[in-house]
Design a protein around this ligand. Structure first.
Ligand code: NAD
Length: 362
């Protein structure tokens, strides 16, 4: 039996609790894993004075697969988001976010089974920004006028959106390869090419080209605002969606909400040659830290994606079935999966215990 070396990043806030619950559930599948535990972000800054210790980054580089708890981002401090920086560091260009309803989870509009493939590096997230009142912003405004653009107000802050042919091609290919490997039938490219004719236009054109190489998978495109309405009204028409970074971020929170909320939404950040970091969509929910309260299901489902990525499909399926079983029964679930006013929710640890017991029974 193969032993997998995995970098384990506990994160902060409620991260360490959900990571520990998930680690126990993974081990109960019987898959052999050597955990290489490392800090990144706020805990690393506090311990080592550096949010990105070399030892942590080297561990991810060496093991190529990481499981990560959420990391708090300080808002408005000018310091770059550790989550965004990590994706850039390892060129984790594909953000995979399945949105699937499980019986027992209250989904506001009924069943859903979609996969969001979000480009993770480019677009407005590239961090090319010029703040109000700076010399750089003034130069940028002048350059825009020189290059034929319109004059911007002097009290403007500027963020640059860029989309490359390379980035569009590899994310479109990822979406089609994922669809093929997971028996999905259709890929929909989501954009605003009617307004952003060059950047989103390029994204759409490249997706159309890539689609020609996958005649077994249907292809279509939708404008992002229309897509949001359709996802609310008829989500069953959609299967795999591929989107540039910002639309992907927003639309995947919409689909996470439609599937039952942040507590149940898994994710993965995947790069070239198998490098990948698996994490829940939700953040560190700091107000619940240390209370053994929040739902570890989203990270557990992220670890299901990790097990499949490692080639441990049977273990991944067993873990997903056990989580689904506990949730369908609805007794030993955390507060967020109970009806409003029902205070019988169990803790993070107890949810993991129930999942583990269920796996041991089957
Ligand atoms: P959040 O996702 O941490 O929490 C918002 C609310 O969602 C919580 O108050 C809670 O009510 C609910 N929630 C979240 N996770 C839950 C869970 N597992 N079980 C039950 N309920 C849950 O969002 P936020 O408060 O906007 O962000 C907190 C911090 O996390 C910020 O610093 C943010 O930047 C960061 N963040 C990190 C990541 C990441 O590590 N990838 C992702 C998103 C946000």
């Amino acid at each position: 039996m193969t032993t997998h070396d995995i970098t384990l990043i506990p994160g902060d806030g409620t991260g360490p609790e959900i990571v520990e619950a998930t680690r126990r559930a993974i081990e109960a599948t019987g898959v052999q894993i050597r955990w290489d535990v490392h800090e990144i972000g706020v805990p690393a800054l506090e311990k080592y004075g550096d949010p990105f210790p070399k030892a942590s980054l080297d561990s991810v580089r060496r093991n190529r697969v990481g499981l990560k708890g959420p990391l708090t981002t300080e808002l408005g401090t000018g310091r770059r988001s550790v989550n965004v920086a990590l994706r850039k560091e390892f060129d984790l260009y594909a953000n995979l976010r399945p949105a699937k309803t499980y019986p027992g989870v209250q989904a506001p509009l009924g069943d859903l089974d979609l996969v969001i493939v979000r480009e993770n590096i480019e677009d407005l997230y590239a961090g090319i920004e010029f703040d109000i009142g700076t010399k750089e912003a003034a130069e940028m405004r002048d350059a825009i006028v020189r290059l034929g653009g319109s004059r911007l107000r002097e009290d403007s802050a500027i963020s640059i959106k860029y989309i490359s042919e390379f980035g569009s091609r590899r994310i479109a290919k990822f979406a089609f390869e994922y669809a093929r490997a997971n028996q999905r039938k259709k890929v929909t490219a989501v954009h605003k090419a009617n307004v952003m004719k060059f950047s989103d236009g390029l994204f759409l054109r490249v997706a159309q080209e890539v689609a020609k190489g996958y005649p077994d998978i249907a292809f279509e495109d939708r404008i992002v605002d229309n897509m949001c309405m359709q996802l609310v009204q008829k989500p069953d028409l959609y299967d795999v969606l591929v989107l540039p970074n910002l639309y992907g971020d927003i639309v995947s929170d919409l689909t996470a909400g439609l599937a039952g909320g942040l507590g149940v939404a898994p994710g993965a950040n995947i790069g070239e040659n198998g490098i990948a970091i698996f994490e829940a969509i939700h953040g560190s929910a700091p107000k619940y830290a240390g209370q053994n309260k929040v739902n570890p299901m989203a990270l557990m489902l992220s670890s299901v994606l990790m097990l499949r990525h490692l080639g441990e499909r049977a273990a991944g399926d067993a873990l997903e079935a056990a989580i689904a079983g506990v949730v369908a029964e609805g007794k030993e679930v955390t507060y967020d999966l109970k009806r409003r006013g029902d205070t019988s929710g169990v803790g993070t640890r107890e949810f993991a215990d129930a999942v583990i017991r269920r796996m041991q029974k089957h």
